[in-house]
Design a protein around this ligand. Sequence first.
Ligand code: FAD
Length: 317
Amino acid sequence: MKLTQKLSQSKKTLFSIEILPPLKGKSIQSIYDGIDPLMEFKPAFVDVTYHREEYIYKKREGGYLEKVSIRKRPGTVGICAAIMNKYNVEAVPHIICGGFTKEETENALIDLQFLGIDNVLALRGDSIKTEPAFVPEPGGHPYALDLVKQITQMNHANYMDNEMKDAAPTNFCIGIAAYPEKHFEAPNMTSDLKYLKAKVDAGAEYIVTQMFFDNSKYFEFVDLCRKNDINVPIIPGLKILSGKKQITTLPKIFHIDIPQPFYEELEKCKDDKQIKEAGIKWCIQQCQELVKANVPCLHFYTMGASDATRAVAKEVF
Ligand code: FAD
C-alpha cells in the first residue's frame, strides 16, 4: 500500500522506524531483534537505509597500497523483502543516486516492483569518505531530483529504452528527504526549498525530515514549505540521543543543533546511562508536542537502539 494512502486514512499520528542493514557478515537476526520489541506499536512502515561502496587502501606485499572497494552494509533490498514477508508491514528501501548509473537504477526499481514494494525514499546519498564532495557515477544522477524524475517516468511506463513497446508502468509512491535546519551544502534556505519544491513537482508525494531536537525548527520549516506551495505530508524524523559521544557527533555528521536547554540537561549527566535517560525524556517531550500538533507520523531513526525507541513509544502511543 502507498504510504500516502496510509497517512491519509489515519486520523491519528502514526509510528514508523528506520533501520540500517547489518554489517556485512552479520546475520539478519539482528534486524529482527531490533524490530520485534517495536511491533507492539504497529509501525506504519519500516525504512531500510542504503549504503554505497567505500574505498579503502590495503597494504600489499612490497609496501604498495591497493585501492579496494568494499560495501560494509549490503542487503537493503533483501531486508525489505524479508521484513514484508515476516511482519506483513510496508518496507521502504532507500534508493540513492551515488554509485548507480541510470540503467542500474532502472533495474533496481524493476526488482523492487517485482517484490511488491510500493514505496521508495529517493535520495542523492552522501559523498564517499575519500571524496570531498558528492560525485555522481558516470551516467548516473547528480541530484535526488533527477532520480525522482526517473521513477516518475517509470510510473508512466517510460523506460530508458524508448523503443520498448507495451511496457507496464511501475506504481511507486516516492518519498524524499528535507532538512528543517537546511541541507549543509545549500547556500541558504530559499535555495534549498526551491529544489525541495522541484522534487515535489517532479512527483515526490511525501517528505521525511532530517532529525531535529528543537520542535520549533520543524514547525517553522513546515510553515515555510506551505508558504512555498509544498503541500505534501512532512514526516518528522526523530533520533533519541543516547550517549555522550553523540552530543558532538550528531551535530557534526547531520548538521543539526542541540538546543541549549537540552544541552544543559545533558551536561548534568554523569555517564552514558544518564545521558540516555535524558535523551529519552527529551524525545518524549518532543513527541508529545508533535502529536498535539497532529503530525502525520513520528519516524524514529533507531540506529540499533530499539530499547530507547521502545521507551519513548510506550509513553507516546
Ligand atoms: P538533494 O535533494 O539532491 O540535495 C542535495 C543538495 O543539492 C542540497 O543542498 C540541495 O539544496 C541541492 N540541490 C538539489 N537539487 C539541485 C539542483 N537541481 N541543482 C543545484 N542544487 C541542487 N544517505 C545515504 O547514503 N543512504 C541513505 O539511506 C540515506 N537515508 C537518508 C534518509 C533521510 C530521511 C535523510 C534526511 C537523509 C538520508 N541520507 C542517506 C543522507 C542524504 O543522502 C544526504 O543528506 C545527501 O547529502 C542529500 O540527499 P538529498 O536526497 O536531500 O539530496
